[in-house]
Design a protein. Structure first.
Length: 489
């Protein structure tokens, strides 16, 4: 387990100091990346407290001690935060068997946004020494029923005589005994108990470890992982369940490449980006955003910030299925989408052709090319070979875009003749860096690292940044940052 990290206070004014508290009481000052309250003992030692909120006065039971910090569980609240709320789910909490899917249901959603915004700003400054010129208004959406993608663990618990379907317990490998889940769409929430009954009735009840959920705009798909061939009776049970609950079953007998429809035909799984007239078909194991409500706003804001003009060429790095690429193709002159997965590149080409075929003549999509490349091994020479682009959209996984940012920074250092810089690669004389970069991040730490490269070595300034509450009630922080090219005098 990694060491917890302390953050700055997130909300509420400072109150009574720790020195004035009764013995054993702790004054919670902030919240860490795991949604634990952060307090200090009179001797300065940091205490991370499960269940505590900023500026509460609490007592806690320490269960792990290190030289400089402790971890503890909340035992009593003596002064409650005005941001504390009743959790919306009966399975949330610190009790034995509590679900570990959410960590912040006890905190008002406005407080959650404040904490996550502070996480973003703290990471940018402490890790990247970058302060955005403007803080963007957070992107928020529905706090419940938003999770259109989920990986549900399945287990037949013989001692209990029942099947469990859901997320794992808090800090445990066991599956929580979930009878409801309020972050899942209501129609999926209503299916949890029927799903338990379905698996319990199957011959393969002991060899079906997982159900992966993927909801589109009008189709609900479920991928059943099964470790042995399904009997005719089990297939009939799945079909009956599908007919009753309007579910599209997919089967996965081995690795992800073996996923296939139980029965061919039926409507295709897809989601729409109505602001751009784009429809995105996808397979249930393709990467798509968990929260479609936020994704629509995210794409619209990213393109508004990028401010693409009709004469410009744009590169979409880590393009995936084309979630940003196809909307960009409605605005730019030319678009290049680059992705590490050959399979995703093939899917993005299919999506482009599908949308091009149905686009009205006055909204024809720009010429768009998709390329598969390992973006974690980018070099200045590779960057030059991709040609100049007026704007970049960067949307990497949690690992960030270090190689890409470093290649761009190395080119800038070579261009200005910095001490120790490598010579410019062949063809770089006619290459120019993008005027603007919009970076969409699912990990504020790697965003901050890459921002440091762009700002301190790459010739950019961070003109704006803000958080995106893609996962309400969890500690997960999505964000967006804008980098503008600073031309030397």
């Amino acid at each position: 387990m990694s060491e917890p990290k302390e953050l700055s206070p997130s909300f509420e004014p400072a109150v009574q100091g720790a020195d004035d508290l009764p013995p054993g009481w702790l004054q919670v000052q902030s919240m860490d990346l795991e949604a634990q309250g952060v307090a200090r003992r009179p001797d300065g030692k940091v205490v991370f407290i499960d269940g505590a909120l900023p500026f509460e006065q609490v007592t806690a039971n320490t269960h792990r001690k290190k030289n400089n910090w402790e971890q503890a569980s909340l035992t009593a609240i003596h002064r409650e935060s005005s941001q504390r709320v009743r959790p919306g789910c009966p399975h949330f909490g610190l009790h034995a068997g509590a679900c570990g899917g959410c960590k912040m249901q006890h905190l008002h959603v406005g407080g959650q946004v404040a904490v996550k915004q502070r996480v973003l700003e703290d990471n940018l400054w402490h890790l990247g020494k970058v302060r955005p010129q403007m803080v963007l208004r957070p992107i928020e959406g529905p706090a419940w029923g938003y999770r259109y993608r989920a990986r549900l663990a399945v287990r037949h618990v013989i001692k209990k005589g029942q099947v469990l379907v859901g997320f794992h317990e808090r800090k445990s490998r066991y599956i929580a005994d979930m009878q409801t889940c309020k972050i899942l769409p209501p129609h999926v929430d209503a299916m949890l108990m029927p799903l338990r009954g379905l698996i319990a009735d199957m011959d393969a009840r002991d060899t079906c470890p997982q159900i992966e959920l993927a909801c589109g705009d009008s189709v609900t798909a479920m991928v059943l992982r099964h470790l042995e061939p399904l009997s005719a009776g089990d297939l009939a049970r799945l079909r009956a369940f599908a007919a009753e609950h309007r579910v599209q079953w997919w089967l996965q007998p081995k690795g992800p490449d073996t996923v296939h429809l139980l029965d061919e035909g039926g409507e295709q799984l897809s989601y729409g980006l109505p602001d751009f007239g784009i429809t995105m078909p996808f397979k249930p194991t393709d990467f798509t955003q968990v929260n479609p409500h936020i994704n629509r706003v995210l794409v619209s804001r990213a393109l508004r910030l990028l401010d693409v003009q009709p004469h410009e060429r744009v590169i979409d790095w880590f393009c995936g299925l084309g979630n940003f690429t196809l909307p960009l193709a409605t605005q730019a002159r030319q678009v290049l989408g680059i992705e590490g997965s050959e399979a995703l590149v093939a899917r993005s080409r299919e999506n482009y052709e599908l949308n091009r075929a149905v686009a009205p003549d006055h909204k024809a999509l720009a010429a768009t090319e998709f390329v598969a490349r390992n973006l974690f091994e980018m070099t200045p020479a590779m960057l030059v070979a991709d040609g100049s682009a007026d704007k970049w959209l960067v949307d990497p996984p949690r690992e960030g875009a270090f190689a890409l940012a470093k290649a761009l920074a190395d080119l800038e250092q070579s261009r200005i003749g910095a001490e120790g810089a490598e010579p410019l690669p062949a063809g770089a004389e006619g290459w120019s860096p993008p005027k603007r970069i919009v970076y969409v991040s699912c990990n504020p730490a790697t965003l901050a690292r890459d921002a440091g490269l762009l700002v301190h070595l790459g010739g950019y300034q961070c003109t704006a940044a803000g958080m995106v509450n893609m996962f309400p009630h969890t500690a997960h922080v999505e964000s967006m940052a804008v980098f503008d090219r600073v031309e030397p005098a």
